[in-house]
Design a protein around this ligand. Sequence first.
Ligand SMILES: Cc1ncc(COP(=O)(O)O)c(C=O)c1O
Length: 427
Amino acid sequence: MDMFERLSPAPRLLMGPGPINAYPRVLQAMSNQLIGQFDPQMTDYMNQTMALYRGIFQTNNEATVLIDGTARAGIEAVLVSLIEPGDKVLVPIFGRFGHLLKEIAERAGAQVIAFEVPWGTVVPESTIESAIKTHRPKLLALVQGDTSTTMLQPLAEVGEICHRHGVLFYSDVTASIVGNELKSDEWGLDAVSAGLQKCLGGPSGSAPITLSEKAVSLIRSRKHIEEGIRTDDHISGSNSRIASNYFDIGMVLDYWGSERLNHHTEASSMLYAARECAQLNLQEGLSKVIERHQRAGAAMSAGLTSMGLTLFGDQSHKMNNVVGVVIPSGIDGEALRVAMLTQFNIEIGTSFGPLHGKIWRIGTMGYNARLDTVLTTLVALEALLTQAGVPVNQGAAYPSALAEFSCSRHAVDGVNHTSQATATEEG
Ligand SMILES: Cc1ncc(COP(=O)(O)O)c(C=O)c1O
């Protein structure tokens, strides 16, 4: 059989909606040798990871763990563990990932009540409250940042609405976490799930989650330990058994907790990555990390508009870390994306559903939320648009991105954020 060449991926700059280039420190962490899953050093790392993600999620929830798998593994674990067949689940949709929550909730047997607002907008809190009053769901499932539209759904008031009406509140924060504010406890969230491959700055393949005591007690009422490891002390819960074994959060919590139940084999290299992502973001400081995303995102938007391009969606609700750009008429958006990749080694994003072929999505996330990456991307885009005959304002993007980055609204500390990621890497 023919063998292939040794792995040697091209030095791409990933400026799409995620995945992005991982922080070098995360890649280094992943290259450490494996240890056994019940090795005391490993269980220490697990406890440290739980503590670090409490910081990332801004929560005191004991139940803060990793689900092995990509971000949708976290979504699926939360939904299949909380939803019993026939439960009413409310899913307001403002982009592709709301549809994903609806789909997973349906597969978990929920009676899903969904409604959709136009892509490029968010859902007013009053609309959520009136849907809750009408339908009396058990659970509200709401995306925070939907990369398909670049919109950031306000969550701060939603927990209070849910609390008033006795509804559990779950949010998928995969695309928004640490690039935008999230206060799980203060905002009354019962369940939150994430992924590493956006602003956290790691590879996909681990899904941090956190659950309130209320969510955990519901899951405990469905307790079922698989035969072969079940002992006489394991008493099954009175409610229905969770339909998935892999995503049974009760068993996952018993693995991460003091019992150390022998459930799955922890994906150790991904745990190293997740631990490093959390640690380096907390070392930089959450407010600084969010501010860096805000500044890089604002610089990218300023550069694009100065060039003469139009941004997509309600800019007052845009995520810090990704921007939608309307593809100028008369050019082939896909051909330009390919040219960005082949001529400049820069990846920018396509789009889905109603936006397919209409916008590009450009991200400034995690390790790549920096001034140099913004400037490089703008210069490459301007060159290719000019070559394609699009009448752009030549030379305008670079200075306006530079100016926006240095005097951005939230710039207060005088930190040189151009070198921030490098400093983090070494720190
Ligand atoms: C908001 C949101 N949720 C879920 C996902 C799915 O993540 P994964 O592909 O890691 O399963 C994504 C990926 O882009 C996302 O942006």
